[in-house]
Design a protein around this ligand. Structure first.
Ligand code: DON
Length: 312
């Protein structure tokens, strides 16, 4: 099989993901689990999974690839896809397309930038895109729409919301409430804060395995037959945003080390896209200082080096 970069046989790719799994389990620090969401604080950090789906339909898995984890901010990519589908480029009047250079839950830019969040992946931006998808619909219907998108994109019906995680985040969500109230005071939320955040916390609490997530990420690879989820122009737009903003204030470091678009979540998952080549999901719950998976990032770096899949 010839892929961009080096030519790898399926056996070599399978051996590679198994090597990355072994290395993840051997080497040093696992990182810290997200403790600000009580339900996530009790997850064992010493877990690892990797899944790769190539555009020609092959799959490679290693580690705990069948184990469901909390996708958290990874879900923001799917709500962005739906928000763009509903509002088109009009969405960009409510949210920007620039890296924030700040933590995912930072509040400082909002006031000086008139309640327009820097990008759709920081919490403030994702709260706006959630409001945009919600529109006048009931939260239950919007969550149904997000789940349908994920199930269709992955070809797997067994994707659900963990209610306990959603409740746990709601109970400790003062920072997100602050962001939402501020956005609303600037006229950038159409729904009331409780309704938007109820929906936001629930889509963050969706659980998927890396196998499911890598399959669900295929629609962002572009360039293959049968991708009907969104148009190619939107695929490019979302990948550009993941490349520049997908890892918050760690986005530059991710681009430097890995070299293709990715989106992280505080559950320790990362979805990543090698345009025209493959979709990837990794998971390891221990995080680095930016809130991105420590071992997950290291594995993507190793994968990029071994395959030559960097877009640069
Ligand atoms: O709103 C929050 O804080 C979480 N539901 C999601 C944050 C997140 O995943 C940041 N990613 N690394």
């Amino acid at each position: 099989m010839t892929l961009m970069g080096k030519t790898l046989t399926p056996e070599q790719l399978q051996a590679l993901v198994e090597r990355l799994d072994r290395e993840a389990r051997q080497a040093g620090e696992w990182g810290q689990v997200a403790s600000y969401i009580p339900e996530l604080a009790c997850v064992d950090p010493r877990q690892f999974a990797i899944s790769v789906c190539t555009v020609d339909g092959q799959e490679f898995h290693a580690g705990d690839a069948g184990k469901a984890f909390s996708i958290q901010s990874v879900s923001k990519v799917f709500t962005l896809a739906l928000a763009l589908g509903r509002h088109g480029d009009g969405l960009w009047q409510r949210v920007g397309r620039e890296p924030s250079g700040r933590a995912f839950n930072s509040i400082v830019q909002l006031e000086v930038e008139d309640g327009i969040p820097r990008n759709p992946f920081i919490n403030a931006g994702a709260i706006v895109t959630t409001d945009a998808v919600l529109g006048c619909n009931a939260p239950r219907d919007t969550l149904g729409e997000i789940l349908r998108f994920l199930r269709e994109a992955s070809g797997d019906e067994d994707i659900h919301i963990n209610e306990q995680v959603a409740r746990s985040e709601h109970a400790t969500g003062d920072r997100n409430f602050s962001l939402a109230y501020f956005l609303r005071s600037c006229g950038n939320l159409t729904n009331d804060c409780d309704r938007v955040l109820g929906t936001y916390f629930h889509h963050c609490a969706i659980e998927m395995s890396t196998a499911q997530l890598a399959r669900a990420t295929r629609f962002l690879c572009g360039g293959f037959e049968g991708q009907r989820m969104i148009g190619l122009e939107r695929v490019r737009a979302i990948n550009a945003l993941m490349m520049t903003c997908g890892h918050y204030d760690g986005s530059g470091d991710f681009a430097y080390r890995v070299g293709f678009p990715g989106k992280s979540g505080v559950g320790g998952g990362i979805m990543a896209v090698v345009p025209n080549v493959a979709s990837i999901a990794v998971w390891s719950p221990g995080l680095d200082r930016y809130g991105n998976s420590l071992k997950g990032t290291a594995a993507l770096e190793g994968l990029s080096k071994a395959t030559g899949w960097s877009v640069f």
